[in-house]
Design a protein. Sequence first.
Lengths: 263, 328
Amino acid sequence: MEIIVLIKQVPEIGEAKIDPKTGTLNRKGISLTINPIDLNAIELALQIKEEQGGKIRAITMGPESAEKALREALALGCDEAFLLTGQEFAASDTYATAYALAQLVTFLKPWEVIITGEKAIDGDTGQVGPAVASFLNIPILTYAIQCQLVNRCLFLIERTIESGVQRITLPPPFLITVTKGMNAPRFPTLRGKISARQQEIQKFNAQSLGISVDSIGLSGSPTRVVKVENFKIERKGKILKDMDPVLMADQLVQFLVERGACK
Amino acid sequence: MNHHLLIIGEIHRGKVEPTTFEILGAAQQLRNKGVEKVGVFFGSGKINIEELQKPLQFGANYVYGIKNPIFDELAFHQSTQFIINVIQKFKPTIILAAATTRGTTLMPYLAAKLHTGLTADCTGFDIDSEDGSLLQIRPAIGGNIMATIKTRTFPQMATVRPNTFKPIQSEYPDSTLVIEEDNTTYSSGFIKNEFIEEDNNLDIAKAKILCSGGRGLKNATNFSLLEELAQCLKGCVGGSRVAVEQGWTSFPHQVGLSGKTVSPEFYIAFGISGAIQHLAGMQTSRYIIAINRDPEAQIFHLADFGIVGDVLEILPQVIRILKQRKNK
């Protein structure tokens, strides 16, 4: 099975604190890491490979420093890593990012399955996966909670939807976005880490892929962020303390009742 | 600019979903700013006239339905083509859909095909008074920043966060409803496609009241008290990442950036200190109630009502008082 995993390098938000003055994320000293849900994508790829054999190629788009995320992917067991990098890609929105990634994925043909995380914790849009599938003209299966091989050429995939679960059997090619609950990502082994250090990361830019610079970066992005406002959420609510727990519980119920929660 | 706004409506088991009416509410707010025409498209094998007339009472100028089961297959790579045909027919300048699992999959697939931009999960809209373009407002970076986004291509597309807008009743003269029956059988490309319905109560994103718990509840037995509370309030149970990692509840119940974003009427948080990812996932709730031992807990900054105290003391008391009220 030829698998491609799309990953993204993101700031480790778990370490972050909100700056009490500005209400924004304090990015100082935050390390960069693989988007947590992309680790579930890598884990799924590894499990398919363990069952079927084949090759896993991890790709990402980002600054040179995104190489670190690819080395983490290699350490986990991905076979090859590809970095799409260059100033020309800077400020790409989800459309331009998906377009660029789709060009690299097309260049890497043949493949059968493309796996990625449901969304990145920094951008939080979940749009790149479906858009890549659209550019490649292949089926898209989002919010997957299960993915297993029925036989060599059929997959059974379960995805969560509002009304329950959709269970689909289909052949490759397709792009699947996975959720956090799908599996428990493994940790890299020491051996994996050491060999990842020596592996080559293949780098591409717009020119080497034959992408026009007008279709990527800021000029290729149909959307523009025109305003960013600090959104300091502060609700000056009533906070009770140092009271009898029963009295406090009673006031809580009153708060609910007065606002119509106990109809 | 005179906008023509098309909503990609959702229909489930023949019923129009609440999110469709919510987006109609968002569209109504833009009426006097340049949105002249509002339409709703539905595609489903289970379409009936009575149900499809409802959007006309909430500000739609027209409803257009295609009756064919291919839309119910959720095979987006196939249904996208039909929707492109609809878009070419009506030529909207704005397309909105709900940020549900369906909308967030279909819309990026569609936008890429239409070579246009898409903004995810918007919580506000406006029209730029200078150039007339749609201003799309969404929380970013953990919800502590509100970003306003413009699209320089057409149509301007966005998904709309559920539970954010309220439907507004209004009817327009000459509103129309057209349903086309397409009896062709289209292939989804899936070998098998089954739907397993699950109790809707489990969907925390739809809950009006969410009783949520975290580390402070200490163990699964204490956590299960939330079930009891949720029953009293006819709500759902949610959990922080810790609660899911500890196995006190399952992943579909996780609130936060790596779980689900929720916006219920009442969010009641027991023993949740309020990590940034958690707060980002629930801060648009109408009323936030927090109970925590630590007076410095971040969640108190968001609370409309808070109790500094031992959740293991407070929670059973709240349940007791609610039950007493009911028995009266």
